[in-house]
Design a protein around this ligand. Structure first.
Ligand code: TXA
Ligand code: MG
Length: 348
């Protein structure tokens, strides 16, 4: 299949993208969080196509994107008042609400769950496409399953060129990290995934309970322990970045290992093994770091490095979402002897 490259700044391209969705085809588009891979949310066959293109297991449900509260009501039922309050406060924007689903939403979209995840995006590209299409659009992030999320049209093409019908280029995403996913109950906000909207912001509306992933549980598969992962082995550095790199240097003395280091903010790195340093935000601004995160990982992944080591990020605000993505991209691995042994063994 040939993937059409369309531009959100050309009205005829937006119409063409919407026409493809109406025919049950797949169109990737920019949102303010990450690029989504869209299909008609009420067409089970179209939605199934998303799973095929991404090689995503069908147990992992999709997020439904709406452009109005009328559309929200059409895909849900018995919405708790706390959910309505959250929608009023954070929509359009980076918050996804998990609420009971209306019967018309196909089971394939929700992976058989009785709930549906819904979000009203704020990016002009997503808005233009939703308006032209006129209905709800199911869209997970537009990457191959398990790989780093896309924040530029080219990232989408790197993963899915030839596997989807079109990409509607809307430029960069802005926030650069996925939406926060919450499940509002009668009394509290259960947080299923850290993201664009912070715990601090949510706490102003109601009590927030962070639901940690339990092994074997598939409540929100974005909660799987490995996700957003580059092909290059990745591990997390401790706060003492310099000390750890020195330790690595002594251990790997005389060995040809090429490291990439992902830094939250600018700092001097002197290590003969470090071939690439990527700074997420020169001055250490969490929002800027979030916006650069996935593109940085994708770029480091293209450099034929033996490993990527990521420095820690302050654990507050959107930093919690960045830390969560780093943890999963690294499959929870820590920089240290066991990780280095594996690298050296591979080289030997
Ligand atoms: O920012 C975003 O949320 C982006 C843009 C495109 O909107 N989308 C996104 O989708 O990140 P995806 O598929 O990569 O992540 C969606 C997550 C998955 O982890 C899925 O398991 C969870 O949402 N999810 C979907 N429906 C759910 C439900 N009914 N209950 C719990 N989790 C659900
Ligand atoms: Mg994803």
């Amino acid at each position: 299949m040939k993937t059409l490259k369309l531009s959100a700044s050309r009205p005829q391209d937006v119409r063409r993208a919407a026409a493809l969705l109406k025919k049950g085809r797949l169109v990737a588009f920019a949102t303010e969080t990450v690029y989504g891979l869209g299909a008609d949310a009420l067409d089970a066959r179209a939605a199934l196509g998303i799973f095929r293109a991404k090689k995503r297991p069908t147990f992992d449900p999709l997020i439904v994107h709406v452009s109005s509260m009328k559309q929200f009501e059409a895909v849900t039922k018995n919405v708790p008042s706390l959910a309505m309050k959250l929608a009023a406060r954070f929509w359009p924007g980076g918050l996804t609400l998990v609420v009971p689903k209306a019967d018309r939403v196909p089971d394939v979209v929700t992976a058989g769950l009785s709930t549906v995840a819904v979000r009203m995006p704020a990016h002009p590209c997503a808005n233009a496409l939703l308006a032209a299409f006129g209905g709800p659009v199911a869209a997970p992030s537009a990457n191959r399953f398990g790989y780093t999320s896309p924040t530029k049209a080219q990232d989408v093409l790197d993963d899915l060129d030839g596997a989807i019908d079109a990409v509607l280029d809307g430029g960069s995403c802005g926030i650069g990290i996925e939406s926060t996913i919450v499940w509002p109950t009668a009394t509290e906000i259960v947080l299923l995934r850290h993201g664009a909207v912070t715990v601090e912001q949510l706490s102003k509306i109601a009590k927030v309970r962070v639901r940690n992933h339990r092994p074997g549980e598939v409540l929100s598969p974005g909660g799987l322990p490995t996700h957003y992962a580059p092909r290059t082995p990745m591990a997390l550095l401790p706060a003492d970045v310099t000390g750890e790199l020195n330790r690595f240097g002594r251990m790997a003395l005389g060995r040809r290992l090429k490291l990439g280091v992902l830094l939250f903010k600018e700092r001097p790195i002197r290590s003969p093994h470090v071939k690439a340093v990527w700074v997420l935000s020169r001055k250490g601004k969490p929002e800027e770091a979030a916006a650069n995160l996935f593109h940085a990982i994708r770029n480091l992944d293209k450099m034929s490095l033996d490993a990527i080591l990521a420095a820690p990020v302050p654990a507050k605000g959107i930093g919690l979402a960045i830390a969560d993505r780093l943890e999963k991209a690294a499959s929870g691995l820590r920089a240290g002897n066991a990780f280095y042994e594996t690298l050296l063994h591979k080289k030997a």
